[in-house]
Design a protein around this ligand. Structure first.
Ligand code: DOR
Ligand code: ZN
Length: 392
């Protein structure tokens, strides 16, 4: 007889985007709704979070929106950052620094162009036991043969080099998508960990090509890569853990030309002279990001059960990441344990059916065609999850 209930000790999401303004109001409470007690929050805001003070203010704003969640902050690696600021940030409880190579994803225009420039920062981080979070892709460069499908593999030399130079620095390779990345992390020492998103446990190239809601960075890769991600979860390898990379974007930015400007090539909203580029179309095309916060732990349970790893759920969504980051003591874990139960089959519209869309309450009455409307379509919208959270 298959298991019907599972207790999961205080799930933690070690990579989540909670944004600012109305979007933050909409998505921050979803962290707890998805079963997560601790959220490690990314700094790619506009402007990015580059100081201890900014990080503290941001975390306070998130806590005001979702008091039941423990939020942990990060800084954005950029030339603005100094070793002194690292010391202040460590003192203020900021746990890590996120590195984005310039131009590879959302709000990465201020990202970095080489790593050696930042060695004094890494030195200070090592001293203060801060974690370096690496977006592990190099920018596309057709002349050099680099595109989104091999950008992660080409990055791995940087991982090895930084690890060699700073063996005591805790490093997390974020949202790994390839067999090569899994092997690289395994080859490194105990100071190197790796987040794996639930959507990368599910998607392959065919699932995002032409399907903006599944498009994220790094893009999902080949079936064999997905198998490597699944295998390392099945194995329960202690340095691989949940970082959802849940990244909400307004629907209008996922389908920019269709939603905000009518069919491409029409003059409907164009004030420029290029008929093929109506004004305001996001120049990079569809925004990168998959949204999973609101359904996170039930989604993970459903996916892990699908490839025979349900017994690894607690390791994946809680214990491994907490141990790596040092949030595994009894005090950190005393609140936030959850129970999941198998969702009953049958009528649609149960708690286990993923909502079609989330809309900020102030925008419910606004026409769907209004691009400013804060509405987010979650991963697996309208599909049924195999597990649901027991709410008391
Ligand atoms: O798909 C992504 N979305 N990947 C990232 O690295 C950033 C994120 C976002 O902030 O939207
Ligand atoms: Zn991210």
């Amino acid at each position: 007889m298959s298991v019907q209930e599972i207790n999961v000790p205080a799930p933690a999401d070690f990579h989540v985007h909670l944004r600012q303004g109305k979007m933050s109001e909409l998505v921050s409470p979803h962290v707890a709704e998805g079963g997560v007690a601790l959220a490690y929050v990314m700094p790619n805001l506009v402007p990015p979070i580059t100081s201890a003070q900014q990080a503290s203010d941001y975390l306070a704003s998130l806590s005001a929106l979702a008091p039941q969640t423990k939020f942990v902050g990060t800084l954005y690696l950029s030339p603005a950052l100094t070793p002194d600021e690292i010391a202040r940030a460590a003192e203020a409880g900021v746990r890590g620094v996120k590195s984005y190579p310039r131009g590879v994803t959302t709000n990465s225009e201020g990202g970095i162009e080489d790593y050696e420039t930042y060695y004094p920062i890494f030195e200070a981080m090592q001293k203060h036991n801060m974690v370096l979070n690496l977006h592990g892709e190099v920018p596309s460069n057709a002349d050099a043969g680099i595109c989104v499908l091999n950008a992660e593999e080409k990055f791995l030399t940087h991982l090895f080099k930084i690890h060699r130079q700073f063996p005591d620095l805790k490093i997390v390779l974020e949202h790994a998508t390839t067999r090569k990345a899994v092997e690289a992390v395994k080859q490194c020492g105990d100071t190197v960990g790796c987040t794996i998103t639930p959507h990368h446990l599910e998607l392959i190239v065919d699932d995002w090509a032409g399907k903006p809601l599944n498009f994220c960075k790094p893009v999902a890769k080949y079936p064999d890569d997905r198998q490597a991600l699944r295998d390392v979860i099945c194995e329960g390898h202690p340095r691989f853990f949940l970082g959802s990379d849940s990244a909400p974007h307004p629907l209008a930015n996922k389908y920019p030309s269709a939603v905000t400007h009518g069919a491409p090539g029409t003059k409907a909203s164009s004030s420029g002279d290029d008929d093929l580029e109506p004004t305001g179309v996001v120049s990079c095309g569809c925004a990168a990001g998959v949204y999973t916060s609101s359904i996170l732990v039930p989604l993970c349970a459903t996916l892990l059960e699908g490839f025979g790893a349900l017994d690894q759920l607690a390791n994946y969504v809680s214990l491994n990441g907490r141990k790596f980051y040092g949030y595994d003591n009894a005090d950190d874990m005393k609140n936030g344990s959850i129970t999941l139960r198998r969702a009953s089959k049958g009528a649609t519209g149960s708690a286990a059916t993923v909502p079609a869309v989330y809309v900020h309450p102030e925008y419910v009455e606004v026409a769907d065609s209004d691009a400013s409307k804060v509405q987010v379509v979650p991963f697996w919208a309208g599909k049924r999850l195999g597990w649901e959270i027991v709410r008391s």
